[in-house]
Design a binder for this molecule. Structure first.
Ligand SMILES: C[S@@+](CC[C@H](N)C(=O)[O-])C[C@H]1O[C@@H](n2cnc3c(N)ncnc32)[C@H](O)[C@@H]1O
Length: 545
């Protein structure tokens, strides 16, 4: 029976601290919630999905224990029967039977009890915000705003609800009832609809609405077309030939950001969704800024009054944090013209901070204009691009680099399968596949980052990857050592086929124009922009800092 066990996700790896826990539960981001799987158990205060007989506020802990006991008893019954009949125990070993053996009714009942009770226990352990699993029902409920039409404190009949939507009664009921199987809404009596904690989140949390909309209406259709994209263009490097373009009829026409640039509501939805994902626990800028937390130490550069360039730095929130910590060095935040234009001015209320930060319009597909800086920093940039584009971005630095200049990439860095805790592994690998789906881009392993620098120039000496405890993002570092450059011209010619975009549609020049057109959308995808509009108290607005 060894392979058939409750997920290790439910085991706590460290006891929770009251303040930290409260902070986490208040934080309205999906990454924050998922992080609780890495570090905490939910304890006795967590709610249950409401059932007909029990509500969230009644005896939540006893429901968890009752379910666990039910699972144990039913499992014991099932196992006793199987042993008595000499049946093979359930297993996921390669030679294990693919189907359960036929069981007498009373044993089959035990098996069903295990399935239902583990599902309910799993929902409880996830918490209401993570109950959002089945795509169609959820997307439709979100699209039609049904959660907002159901009163929080009372109930509504299906007929009353139908009168408030354009959905017909049959489809309305079937979508709601499908969602109920995931703890979203409940039907306390036939035809009467009430909220659960999960559907209430859907009614009240705009970040969640954005996340479900982006997932269901953008990522989901794009995912369904990834195979078509891969069949047609197996190299999967073009920004205009991803699943997204096949889904929305824009193959060889425009990258995703350009499409979103034409539709501000859709762009805002993506911005808010991405902000919720990457703006929370495990992704805070402090993991880079705060040396005590394992962040990157810039004291030597600060002491020398050096310069830090944040390439694609949006509105400069990282540099504001860094300049607040390091009081001597200077900062340049580079982004597309429209993003620079929309940045708050001054960037910080503290003139000592603001005066050391320069905002500069720069397209990273052109030559780096800030020469001789100490650090060139890319946060959430390189993972947006397939290798030919990423190499081009790095190579555009070369004319500006002085010996010893550091290039820091702040992205996910994928470890060997199974080395992350299961939840983090899932989050990071899902992000990797979403990058493929939308942009033909990717998350990278250390070896892949190393290869990226090697393809860009021999002058980049790869230093390695560091990652602060509790952070999902890594810092990938290379140093410019021009004496390492050998036969640059020969190498450039040799690697051309591998590193340079092969077709006109893939050429960065193409992409640059499209991205310029879509600067608003691209900017909307940044954590601080999305969070600025969010209701959460954790919003990372510049004003808030
Ligand atoms: C995903 S956001 C990352 C922003 C920021 N580095 C962070 O950590 O949140 C990507 C940023 O790259 C900018 N960007 C996109 N294309 C660009 C280009 N060709 N040149 C410069 N910046 C660009 C966008 O405007 C946006 O601010």
């Amino acid at each position: 029976m060894s392979k058939f066990r409750l997920s290790s996700l439910f085991h706590s790896s460290s006891p929770s601290n009251g303040d930290a826990e409260a902070k986490k539960l208040n934080r309205r981001s999906f990454s924050a919630l998922s992080a609780s799987f890495r570090q905490k158990d939910y304890g006795e205060t967590n709610g249950t999905p409401a059932t007909k007989s029990e509500t969230v506020s009644e005896q939540p802990a006893s429901r968890m224990i009752a379910l666990a006991e039910k699972i144990t008893k039913a499992t014991e019954k099932l196992e006793a029967y199987m042993k008595s009949k000499n049946l093979p125990m359930p297993s996921y070993d390669v030679d294990a039977p693919a189907d359960f053996p036929a069981l007498p009714d009373h044993v089959q009942l035990s098996r069903q009890e295990i399935i239902h009770a583990t599902k309910e226990l799993s929902l409880l352990a996830h918490g209401p915000r993570e109950a959002f699993l089945d795509v169609l029902a959820l997307t439709a409920i979100n699209h039609y705003g049904l959660a907002k039409l159901v009163p929080v404190d009372s109930t509504i009949t299906l007929a009353e609800l139908e009168a408030k939507t354009s959905l017909d009664p049959i489809n309305l009921a079937r979508l709601l009832r499908m969602a109920m199987t995931n703890g979203i809404f409940r039907e306390p009596s036939p035809g009467v609809i009430a909220h659960t904690a999960a559907s209430r989140v859907l009614a009240e949390d705009e970040n969640m609405q954005a996340w479900i909309g982006f997932n269901g209406e953008d990522i989901f259709p794009a995912s369904a077309h990834v195979l078509q994209a891969l069949e047609a263009h197996p190299e999967a490097t073009s920004l205009t030939r991803a699943g997204f373009q096949f889904a929305f009829g824009t193959v060889d026409k425009e990258p995703m950001f350009a499409t979103f640039g034409k539709d501000p509501d859709r762009a805002r939805r993506m911005g808010r969704a991405m902000a919720s994902l990457t703006g929370g626990e495990g992704y805070e800028p402090s993991y880079f800024v705060d040396v005590a937390k394992g962040g990157y130490d810039l004291s030597d550069i600060d002491a020398a009054g050096g310069t830090f360039v944040d390439v694609g730095g949006s509105h400069g929130f990282m540099c504001v944090d860094l300049a607040t910590r390091y009081r001597n060095m200077k900062f340049v935040v580079q982004d597309l013209q429209k993003t620079v234009d929309s940045a708050p001015k001054p960037l910080s209320a503290d003139p000592q901070v603001a005066d050391r930060i320069t905002l500069l319009a720069h397209d990273f597909f052109t030559e780096q204009p800030t020469k001789g800086a100490d650090v060139y920093f890319f946060r959430w940039i390189i993972h947006n691009y397939s290798t030919p584009y990423a190499v081009r971005i790095l190579r555009n630095l070369v004319p500006a680099l002085k010996p010893g200049a550091r290039i820091l990439i702040n992205d996910h860095c994928l470890r060997e399968p199974g080395c992350e805790n299961p939840w983090d592994e899932r989050v990071m690998r899902r992000m990797d596949v979403v990058m493929l789906t939308l942009l033909n881009a990717q998350e990278r392993t250390e070896a892949e980052f190393r290869a990226l620098f090697a393809a860009a120039s021999d002058g980049f000496v790869f230093k390695g990857v560091t990652r602060a405890e509790g952070c999902r993002m890594s810092v990938v570092e290379a140093v410019w050592q021009p004496d390492q450059v050998v036969a640059t011209e020969t190498k450039t010619a040799e690697e051309g086929a591998a590193a340079a975009p092969a077709t006109e549609a893939e050429a960065p020049a193409d992409k640059t124009t499209a991205v310029e057109d879509a600067a608003t959308a691209a900017a909307a995808a940044t954590p601080e922009n999305g969070a600025a509009a969010a209701p959460s108290g954790e919003a990372k607005t510049e004003e808030a800092k």
